[in-house]
Write a protein that binds this ligand. Sequence first.
Ligand SMILES: [Zn+2]
Ligand SMILES: [Zn+2]
Length: 380
Amino acid sequence: MGALARATAARPEAAHQASAYGIAERGGPLVALEVPRRAALPDDVVIDIEFCGLCHSDVHSGRGEWGARQLPLVPGHEIVGRVAAVGAEVTGFTVGERVGVGCLVDSCRECDSCKEGLEQFCERGGVGTYSAIDHRTGEYTQGGYSSSIVVNQGYVLHVPESLDPAAAAPLLCAGITTYSPLRHFGARPGSGVGVVGLGGLGHMAVKLAKALGASVTVFTTSASKVEAARALGADTVVVSGDPEAMASARHTLDLIIDTVAAAHDLDPYFATLRRDGTLVQLGLPAEPMPPVNPRPLLGRRLRYTGSPIGGIAETQEMLDFCAEHAVAAEIEVVDAAGLNAAWDRMVAGDVRYRFVLDVSTLPAPAAPAPHVPAPAAPAE
Ligand SMILES: [Zn+2]
Ligand SMILES: [Zn+2]
């Protein structure tokens, strides 16, 4: 609480320095630093952050694995907190309300996708919550491993009070990334949904598919995860290296949510789909995938597709759905000093199933003056 209160105590709507953890040097660890937060524009919501989930994307971005990024870089796009202040034109958000921010803090609002509420497909490119240039302000965006954030009201979500705020944080990326394709491709009572991989995304896919009424089959490479998958609600667990088990799943599924981010052969999974079944890929392997065999696609009119996060309206729908069905992430809360170790454990797959940063453990800003000018962008 202390760090948050100090960061935005005097005039939360004024420009201020937020305490944060981020990457300050190329190849370096996460370190304590401060980032400037703009004075609230008339349609901005100022949020005191309580919790922020740790996503694999944070590591890829922070460690330069998706290309060199401007530094310092404060990751985090699974943000839950409370409204500290609102701009004069904000409607629908009140001070003190619990809110969330996911992977987008803006988009063009004019293209066909934005007009349809599908901001994740913005044709000019949505503005990422961190490591992106904000079209409107020209700022370099900094994410949720920080004490506060200022976001346009159109990209802020209502987080129902009945959800635990720490366990709700991962819904803002892992939750919507799995909910969106489950809904779009028709997971419903009577349908068979397969989930490949049981990490941050996979465990949310199991819970959400069950809550949508589907029968869920989890595919895992590891026999040690069978009990864990059942504990999450899986009806059937198949160890993918067991040919007999894979054969028993043949032609039983309508939809597969594939969360594996390493290259892998899809043929064994196509074999488990019924006619008109769909395999949705959510993981983005760094290396090329084995070629897709068109024979099962033709033979049973299968679809092979992918899906990124979700739009703002659908993210709100997902949060409300999770509140209604008491669905949230399985989490391990870490403090700021444990962030680097948590990243290493996440890369090693050693977490059930999502780390969440307790933002109150961030060190307070050294000089919490309300009008500190933004530092010049580092030369890149
Ligand atoms: Zn993410
Ligand atoms: Zn757009």
